[in-house]
Design a protein around this ligand. Structure first.
Ligand code: SF4
Length: 495
């Protein structure tokens, strides 16, 4: 008999969360009042990058208009009335999952300010790792902040820059900034899009008729019918005027890039192209590499849905072990589900994910997941498979152990809450109660994304959450530790 010990199991709960997605459009093809509509559609395709809040700012040649709201894109921008409030042929938008600054309307982007040089709107994906220090310096000089978002620091730095052009002001501001940023900026003269010198967060550029579009991922171009042109290069500033002129600048020179390798593993949608590679193909290759590195005798390969599916296909194809769906997702269990009384609360109908007993019972199974964060969900999945009659449950993970926090715009629990931050492999296996547990190696992950392995002298990606090798200084972290050390006054032993 099925033991319903995990009635509300939600496999999406224990993941690292990419915090933002951005989309921008400038040009006549958008139509005089259509830029915001295209922007809303693009943001809808990026909804997986942030579900907490959404905002769009448009410009009609004279004025800026902003509309922001909590919740999903469709809840805020699906009606003609909501989009009619955003006229113009330039618009930029943002979907957000709050990291720095916390939740709340005042942190919902795009942020807008009237500067001496004119209106300035910015949508930011990433995290500024010295925002706290910069903010303290700006406040000491008299700056008054409206939000607690790190992005507002950029506005203040631009506002106080003494350079004459907006491009130079922005470059001047960003020279002071550490960390990760993919920005879309709107001014009365046009749009600018740029990435930090290491290109940690993604940003791509496309064409929609005469209009130029920017987005966090190529999938947004597919959805709005735009053509993918290229990625905005790490450290590149792209300026687009209203007449369609595109200018590109590399003010920081060319530095070896370090894009986030976790985009290949989990953050990007599988139908996107990231760093010149199909995300789906990368994930399948990761699964194949994992099968070569960590084989196991089993009857079935089962993905942990949905993100484990491409890697499980790769593992199955490489190992020859059949692929099956052993965990089924209900698409009708939402937050608004009215919790029934005790008698029915344990009904399998209420489950977001349920074991497919007919497939699992009596079988030796290999579960494939993209990552393990706290491990609590992995434990529940293993238990669910055993409850459904699995004879052996082996766990294979399509990324190396996540043992370190991310300071580049990804919501990570503190290290003490990361399973790999506090346990070795044997203890992790015991914790999740699997018969065996193995992760892809860091070199295996690099091989799966088309490289010979990790170049330890000059790593090709940011992989800090796996290796602890951060590609930038982490000024705020050091500052926080210093302040905490000052607060924790040493107290002598009381006899
Ligand atoms: S620390 Fe991890 S999640 Fe954060 S940017 Fe680097 S690879 Fe990506």
């Amino acid at each position: 008999m099925t033991n319903f010990t995990h009635p509300f199991l939600d496999l999406d709960g224990d993941k690292l969360r990419e915090e933002c997605g951005v989309f921008g459009i400038i040009g006549n093809s958008a139509g005089s009042n259509m830029a915001a509509s295209v922007c809303a559609l693009g943001l809808h395709a990026l909804q997986h990058r942030g579900q907490e809040a959404v905002g769009i700012t448009s410009f009609d040649g004279a004025e800026f208009f902003t509309s922001r709201g909590l919740g999903h894109v469709a809840e805020n921008f699906s009606s003609a009335e909501s989009l009619a409030e955003l006229p113009g042929h330039m618009a930029a938008g943002h979907v957000r999952y709050s990291t720095t600054g916390g939740a709340g309307m005042r942190n919902v982007q795009p942020l807008y300010a009237d500067l001496a040089s004119g209106g300035f709107a910015v949508a930011h994906n990433g995290n500024i790792s010295n925002a706290r220090k910069l903010r303290q310096e700006l406040v000491q000089k008299g700056a008054i902040f409206q939000s607690t978002s790190d992005t507002e620091v950029i506005i203040h730095l631009v506002a106080t820059s003494r350079y004459p052009t907006m491009l130079d002001k922005l470059v001047d501001a960003l020279r002071l900034v550490e960390g990760a940023y993919a920005l879309i900026v709107m001014t009365p003269r046009g749009m600018m899009a740029c990435r930090d010198p290491l290109g940690i967060r993604p940003l791509v550029m496309g064409k929609l008729g005469d209009a130029t579009v920017f987005a966090s991922e190529t999938v947004a171009f597919d959805v709005v019918g735009a053509e993918f042109v290229r990625q905005v290069e790490p450290g590149e500033f792209v300026e687009v005027d209203f007449d369609g002129t595109v200018r590109t600048h590399r003010p920081f020179g060319v530095i070896s890039p370090r894009p986030c390798i976790f985009e290949h593993v989990y953050f990007s949608r599988p139908d996107s192209i990231f760093n010149q590679r199909s995300v789906y193909a990368s994930r399948r290759s990761i699964g194949a590499e994992l099968a070569r590195e960590e084989p196991v005798e089993a009857d079935l390969v089962l993905p942990v849905p949905d993100s484990g599916v491409p890697a499980a296909i790769g593992y199955s194809q490489e190992s020859g072990i059949p692929f099956e769906l052993g965990i089924i997702r209900s698409h009708y269990v939402g937050r608004t589900f009215i919790q029934p009384g005790d008698a029915t609360r344990h009904s399998s109908v209420a489950r977001k994910h349920n074991a497919n007993r007919a497939i699992v019972e009596g079988k030796r199974i290999v579960l494939i997941d993209d990552s393990i964060v706290r491990g609590t969900t992995s434990l529940k999945i293993v238990q669910m498979m055993r409850d459904a009659g699995a004879k052996e449950v082996h766990f294979r993970v399509a990324s190396p152990p996540t043992g370190h926090g991310c300071y580049y715009g990804v919501d990570t629990p503190e290290r003490s809450k990361l399973l790999a931050g506090r346990m070795d492999l044997a203890a992790m296996r015991e914790f999740i109660q699997a018969d065996s547990l193995a992760f892809i190696s860091i070199d295996g992950l690099y091989r799966a994304v088309g490289l010979p392995g990790r170049d330890n002298a000059c790593p090709q990606y940011c992989d800090a959450c796996f290796t602890g090798d951060y590609p930038t200084t982490l000024t705020d972290l050091a500052l926080k530790r210093e302040q905490e050390a000052q607060l924790n006054l040493p107290v002598g032993k009381v006899a």
